[in-house]
Ligand binder design. Sequence first.
Ligand code: ADP
Length: 492
Amino acid sequence: MKQEFRELLQQRGRKEHPRVLLAAAECAPLSKTGGLADVVGTLPKALKKLGIDARVITPYHRCIKEKYASLVQHMFYFYVQLGWRREYVGIEKLELDGITVYLVDNESFFGDKIYRGGYPEGEQYCFFCRAVLDAMPNLGFDPDVVHCNDWHTAMLPLLAHTQYPGQLQDRAKYLLTIHNIAFQGKFGFDFVQDMLGVDGRYYTPDCMELNGCADFLKAGCVFADRINTVSPSYASEIRTPYYGEGLEGILNARHEVLTGIINGIDRDFFNPQTDPALPACFDRGQLKGKAICKASLQEQMGLERRPDVPMFAMVTRMTEQKGFDLVACILDDMMCREDMQFMLLGSGDERFEKFMAAAEHRYPGKLCAFIGYRESLSHLVYAGSDFFLMPSRFEPCGLSQMIAMRYGSIPIVRETGGLRDTVIPYNRFKSEGNGFSFANFDAWEMRDAMRFAMECYQNKETMQELISRAMQADFGFDHSAEDYARHYIWML
Ligand code: ADP
C-alpha cells in the first residue's frame, strides 16, 4: 500500500482500504452508450491495483444477457414494491477481469434499451435504486462507500438516509459523480412519491425541487457526502449559471465537498504501437507509420491522396454540445479558401448530418462526412489526421482529445471543462504546448486557431515537436484511480 494511503487511513483509525460499490446504469464492456460506461468499467480495475476492493452493481440489460448469460451466476431473488406494483428482482453475479459485477435482473425494465427516455426511463431507474438498496444487506459485501454515477443512481443517498435509518444502507457514505450536468432526471413529484415513497417534506427548493420538478441529480447533490465531476475546470464551471443548468446554487452551497477528477483512457486499447485497426503502427520516435495511416485514410474515404495537405478531423456525436454550429458557420469559408482536408466521423442531430453530407458533395476529394458509429474507423481517423477539432460548448471531460493526442493528431479545442485541463496551447516563444485552443464560443476565433495550426503545419520541426509532446502526455487511468481512492478515504 502507498505510504500516503497508509497515513490517510491511519488518521481515520483504519488499517484496510474502504470497500466500494459502484452503482451505474452502464458498465463497459458489458453495456455502453458513452463515456460513463468506460469510467465504470475501467475504474475498479485501476483501484484493484491499489489494493481496493471495488465492485459494480448495474442493470442486467438485454445486451448483457445476449453475450454473457453463460458466465452469469444466480445469487438470490426478492420482490420490491414500486407504486402499486410488486416487482421481481433477481441478483446475478459475474466475475469479469477479476472484478465482481452484480447484475439486477428484471426483464420488464431492462429487456430492451438501456435508456428508454422520459417517464419510462424514470421507472427503470427508480426500480434500480430500490433494488440496489434492498439487495445490499444480502450481497455478502458491506460497502463503506457507495459510488453513484449521474442522475440514474443519484437518489440512492436520499433514500438510504431517509428510508433505511440506522441500517447498513444508511451507514454507508455516498460519493456522487456528475458525468454530464445537462441530464438531471426531472419528473413530477407525484411520480417520485408514488414510485419511491419519498416524503413531501423533501420536495422543497433547498432539497430536490427545481423549477417545479423533482430533480434526481439535485437530490444527489444535497444528500451525497461528497460530489465530484470529471475534470477540475468543469467542477468550477458548474458553479456558474452558464454551465450549472440550475444546480449552481446547491453546488456553491456544497463547494467544500465538490472536486474534479479527470478521466483517463485505456492506454493499452488506444495504443498506436500495437493497434490492430491500423495499417501500420508508429510511435513518437518513428512516425513513418502515421504517414501510411494518412494515405490509407485518404484512399478509403475518397480524399485526394496527398501527404502534404493538412487534414482536420472530428470523431464525435453531432450535437450542439460538441460545437457543431461553429463548424457549420465557417466550414465553407475554410474549404473555399484553404488548402486543407476535412474528415468527419459522427452521427447525431439530423440537421448537422444533412449539412455535412451536403458539404461532402460541394468539396469532393477535400471533405469526407462519414455518418455513423464505427469504432475501428475512428482509430484510423485519429491515426491518419494531423489535427483534431473539438470546439465544444461545454465538455465535462472529453476522451476524444486524449485519444487524438495519443495518436499524434494535434487537438484544436475550445478552452472549456476537460479540454482546458488536458490541452496546453502551443506557445512558439516558449516552445511549449501540445495543441491549439481558443477561449470564446465563437466561429471566427475557432477559424483563427485553425489558421494558426495550418501555419505551424508548414514548419516540419514545429509539427514534430507538437506531435512528440502530444504523444508523450500521460492520460492513463492510474492517476484518476488514485484520486478516487483519496476521496473514498476522506469520506470514512
Ligand atoms: P462524449 O462521451 O461526450 O460523446 P467523449 O470525447 O468523452 O465524448 O467520448 C466519445 C467517445 O466516443 C470517443 O472514444 C470517440 O472516439 C467515440 N466516438 C464518438 N463518435 C463516434 C463515432 N461516430 N464512431 C466511433 N467512435 C465514436
